[in-house]
Design a protein around this ligand. Structure first.
Ligand code: T46
Length: 132
């Protein structure tokens, strides 16, 4: 499953606040948080899939393109709002492109970091999705 989810946004004349609660706003327990920033425009990141990981990706500042490939279709999500996030649950090849200079990409993850969870070869990813 992959989908953009709107986040509860509390704005007033002092500014904006978004709150995220594990297992409520997003459908998993958060075990890890990381964020990506200072990424040059021409840089491309990702180029892997995960075997068993749920993630929620929020572009809290700036913009970037987040591509999800399920083995037969590539979908590009333009992330440009701190008031929504991209929920990813399943084996998708992911790529990130077109980072704005000010982009800060916040990621909430359902599992601790594990190198073994990564599929870094596209052919291996295709085999996994086709269950061959
Ligand atoms: C993903 C996309 C959206 C850690 O030590 N702990 C961590 O939790 C993470 C995420 C990374 N690292 C180390 C591993 C590498 O030495 O940080 C370095 C950069 O990671 P990576 O090259 O995997 O970064 P991206 O931007 O290509 O991918 C990351 C996540 O790794 C990945 O899970 O879905 O962001």
């Amino acid at each position: 499953m992959k989908k953009i989810m709107k986040l509860p946004h509390y704005g007033d004349d002092r500014g904006s606040l978004v709150a995220i609660e594990a297992n409520e706003t997003i459908p998993f327990e958060v075990k890890r948080i990381y964020y990506i920033f200072d990424t040059e425009k021409e840089v491309q990141r990702g180029f892997h899939a995960h075997k068993n990981l749920k993630q929620f990706v929020i572009c809290v500042k700036g913009t970037c393109d987040f591509i999800l490939d399920d083995g037969s279709e590539r979908t590009t999500f333009k992330l440009d709002s701190a008031k929504e996030g991209l929920f990813i649950d399943g084996v998708y090849w992911r790529e990130m492109h077109n980072f704005s200079d000010d982009c800060v990409l916040l990621v909430l993850a359902s599992e601790h970091y594990s190198k073994e969870d990564y599929i870094t070869n596209y052919e291996d990813f295709l085999l996994q999705t086709r269950n061959i």
